[in-house]
Design a protein around this ligand. Structure first.
Ligand code: NAD
Ligand code: GLY
Length: 356
């Protein structure tokens, strides 16, 4: 088993990564826990629910189940209210612990419920998609969507532990694996060029979920994310580098309609576009851009963005959270493994869009 430590002002906690961890998650339940609320959705419950219930019951604590509907469209205030109803009906108190079993949707809404219920109870992330194992379960961003914007209502609230079982990835659709791998290779691009080379040399093992490669990739991704969020929990600066490829990616998701491309697929393609912009603005060499292109293709993500009018791209990118005073800001790579966040003028962005 690998253990990664996250240390932030808002909380310090271990991330345990290993095959078969689901059966041992009770080890992370604090001794003084009164009740455990297992929050998941029917898809995941059918696959892993009984096993996780059995593991949690071995702690000797009372376990209650809360099932929420599957899908991003349910990451909203109605579902949050339904979670609160269940917690109150089951008389959970301040010593209760929420266990979030699922992908980023379950993790984000359960974490936000934990942050709000009785002004904050403990929660454990048990991420079951690759994206949630390497990204959303780590770092304490919790949220629900608002009709006027994605992830607009939320809190920074750290879990007490993250329990990662790499074998649960075997039931994920192939596209979800590719989308999660986009976030894995992102960490190499922004912080660790050696890890990027390792990914390039191991794409076959990664896409086919070989144990050795998956265990290393998930662990290294968590380590690299932990390093960033430990320095900047609330995204006052450095943490923004985790958004490499996201300015273009979010535009693709919003422009095509959410769900048409998976988030990671849009980020994969967006990273190629951000690499081209890096070449234009801060001299990223062409062979590095090509390496990014090759890697995005090798993990199975789209490499060609939608063909839109440039003004439409600029308009869609203006919705990005990094935009300041109407000026577009991007995460750029002066070289592989190094990243900066900077404003780029519209004419330069359009010049790069013309290459696609
Ligand atoms: P998801 O949670 O919707 O999961 C994708 C699908 O896979 C769902 O249908 C789910 O039920 C199913 N599933 C989950 N685990 C499975 C398994 N092991 N086997 C088979 N099916 C399984 O999607 P996601 O990509 O995990 O998460 C996306 C969400 O994460 C978005 O809401 C996004 O905003 C959020 N997010 C949050 C952060 C953060 O830092 N908090 C970072 C990135 C993304
Ligand atoms: N997923 C980006 C972040 O956690 O900051």
């Amino acid at each position: 088993m690998s253990v990664v430590h996250v240390n932030t002002p808002g909380g310090s906690y271990p991330i345990h990564v290993t095959a078969g961890r689901l059966d041992r998650i009770a080890e992370s339940i604090p001794n003084d826990t009164t009740t455990i609320a297992l929050i998941t959705n029917p898809t995941i419950f059918n696959l892993y629910g009984e096993r996780v219930l059995k593991a949690l019951q071995s702690s000797g604590k009372k376990v209650v189940q809360v099932q929420i509907p599957d899908g991003e469209q349910h990451k909203n205030s109605q579902t949050l209210d339904a979670i609160f109803d269940a917690l109150l009906q089951n008389r959970l108190d301040r010593k209760a612990v929420i266990v979030a079993l699922g992908g980023g949707v379950v993790g984000d809404i359960s974490g936000f419920a934990a942050a709000c219920f009785m002004r904050g109870i403990r929660f454990i992330q048990v991420p079951t998609t690759l994206l949630s194992q390497v990204d959303s379960s780590v770092g304490g961003k919790t949220a629900i969507n608002h009709p006027l914007g994605k992830n607009m209502i939320g809190a920074f609230y750290q879990p007490t532990a993250v329990e990662i079982d790499i074998h649960v990835l075997k039931t994920l659709p192939k596209r979800e694996i590719s989308a999660g791998l986009a976030e894995v290779i992102k960490y190499g691009m922004i912080t660790d060029a050696d890890f990027l080379d390792w990914c390039l040399a191991n794409t076959a093992g990664l896409t086919s979920l070989q144990d050795t490669q998956t265990q290393y990739a998930v662990t290294r991704s968590c380590e690299l994310k932990a390093l960033v969020v430990s320095q900047d929990e609330r995204e006052s600066g450095l943490r923004a580098i985790l958004n490499f490829g996201h300015t273009f990616g979010h535009a693709i998701e919003a422009g095509l309609g959410y769900g048409e491309w998976l988030h990671g697929e849009a980020v994969g393609c967006g990273m190629i576009m951000a690499a081209e912009l890096s070449a234009e603005v801060c001299g990223l060499p062409e062979q590095s851009v090509q390496k990014i292109r090759d890697l995005v293709a090798a993990i199975g993500c789209p490499t060609a963005p939608p063909k839109w009018d440039h003004d439409r791209w600029i308009d869609l990118m203006g919705l990005d959270k990094k935009t300041e005073g109407g000026q577009l800001r991007f995460v750029l790579l002066p070289e592989l493994g190094k990243s900066v966040v900077q404003a780029v003028d519209v004419a330069t962005v359009k010049k790069v869009l013309a290459k696609f």
